[in-house]
Design a protein around this ligand. Structure first.
Ligand code: ADP
Ligand code: RBF
Ligand code: MG
Length: 387
């Protein structure tokens, strides 16, 4: 069976953006800006993130100086922040699915390049911390190597020129609006993977909007498919969270009939910013009761349009009573799907129950079953919560 939609264009080459698409740069940028703004007695405003995402360093600096009415020139601001950013490059993590994508394109022989608004020297420095990346790209183009940065198409056109391919045969993956505009202006197919939450609506010029790289299906565009999905699940590098069970939104059992045991925000905020929203599963341990299968959502629960990103683990077991205050530990081992909105509460409930059945079955597979014996679940609970 072919999964190719006849209306979809087929491509042969891929061009990736770096910051916000492959690398979780935004967190580092925000940390640095918080420190610098504090020196001027100002406070970072998360709602202004869109003013810097996808911009060249100079444009981003001018936006901050202007928005926060800083009493300095753009050049002064940049000479303060540039060394601070450079010091942080070693701490920038790959986004979920980035290593998997780079490895896949390389192993399948798909020619792929990198096109970023960052200066080439910065790109090289950032890539050097990610094993096997630099040598995987067939071409790398920095913002300083062309006349104009994104949203101008220059970086993408230059990447296509170096890849020796017609721009119309290229697929761009981009997290930012200027990047999507640049890819479209270059005549390329563009898959947007917005790095800021609740922004999907702004990306209507993209050919497809996905929630994370885990949701990229190359075969839709005539490229070789990933072959790591198993029984509707995608194995991921396991990650670990824990803490005492606290009160959530008060609607899991009441509204959905599906209780979800919430963890304290302060225990999970770092991990939450590292992991993209979606439905995941794994193993859960309750200190005094035992180890259970678990399926959970991470994100803003689009159906309820929450303002906070939360983790909502549903333990796949009938309990006779609540367990607020008990220590809960989770090993998250696989991914099922992006969070979605639903036309009715009943369709949301049906979908969550289906996620439960998928997780229940998948956790029997050897690739996931072994994590039931993970030391994080077995060890004494004195050791505290997070790894
Ligand atoms: P809250 O608003 O606190 O999240 P919920 O209605 O989602 O309320 O219920 C969650 C609570 O229900 C958990 O904190 C836990 O004490 C209890 N609970 C009982 N069974 C389960 C289960 N199978 N999975 C998760 N939590 C459960
Ligand atoms: N909420 C959504 O709005 N969209 C979803 O796709 C979604 N998927 C979920 C999948 C699972 C396995 C679980 C346990 C919850 C999911 N929820 C989703 C969250 C649900 O809305 C949440 O548990 C309640 O809002 C309780 O606060
Ligand atoms: Mg809950």
């Amino acid at each position: 069976m072919s999964t190719l939609n006849p209306l979809r264009r087929v491509v042969s080459h891929v061009i990736l953006d770096l910051d916000g698409t492959l690398l979780n740069t935004d967190g580092i940028v925000i940390e640095v800006l918080k420190v610098v703004l504090a020196q001027y007695g100002k406070k970072w405003d998360g709602k202004k993130s869109h003013r810097i995402v996808g911009k060249t360093p100079f444009e981003a600096a001018s936006a901050v100086v202007e928005d926060y009415e800083l009493p300095c020139t753009i050049a002064e601001f940049m000479s303060a922040t540039t060394p601070m950013f450079s010091n942080q490059w070693c701490n920038i993590k790959a986004l979920p699915g980035a290593n998997r994508l780079v490895r896949h394109l390389r192993l399948k022989g798909v020619p792929f390049g990198l096109a970023s608004n960052s200066p080439r020297a910065n790109i090289d420095a950032k890539l050097s911390y990610h094993h096997g990346w630099t040598e995987s790209f067939w071409a790398i183009v920095g913002g300083n190597e062309v006349e104009n940065g994104k949203p101008s198409p220059d970086v993408f056109l230059e990447a296509a020129r170096r890849l020796k391919v017609d721009p119309s045969n290229c697929l761009v993956i981009e997290d930012s609006l200027p990047g999507v505009m640049a890819g479209k202006a270059a005549g390329m197919v563009v898959v947007a993977v917005p790095s800021l939450p609740k922004q999907a609506g702004l990306f209507n010029s993209a050919d497809e909007v996905i929630n994370s790289l885990l949701d990229f299906h190359p075969e839709k565009w005539g490229l070789p498919p990933f072959d790591d999905w198993i029984e509707d699940t995608l194995p991921i590098e396991p990650w670990y969270i824990g803490g005492p069970v606290v009160k959530g939104f008060g609607r899991g059992s009441k509204v959905l009939g599906i209780p979800t045991a919430n963890l304290p925000a302060e225990n999970i905020s770092g991990l939450l910013s590292e992991h993209t929203s979606g439905v995941y599963f794994g193993w859960a341990k309750l200190s005094t009761r035992g180890i259970y299968k678990m399926v959970m959502s991470i994100g803003w629960n689009p159906y309820f349009n929450n303002t906070e990103k939360t983790v909502e683990p549903w333990l796949l077991h009938e309990f006779d009573d609540d367990f607020y205050g008990e220590e809960l530990r989770l090993v998250v081992v696989g991914y099922i799907r992006p969070e979605a909105n639903f036309p009715s509460l009943d369709s949301l409930i049906q979908r969550i129950r289906q996620d439960g059945r998928i997780a229940e079955k998948a956790l029997e597979l050897p690739i996931y079953a072994g994590y039931k014996d993970d030391p994080y679940l077995k060890n004494s609970f004195q050791l505290n919560n997070c790894c």
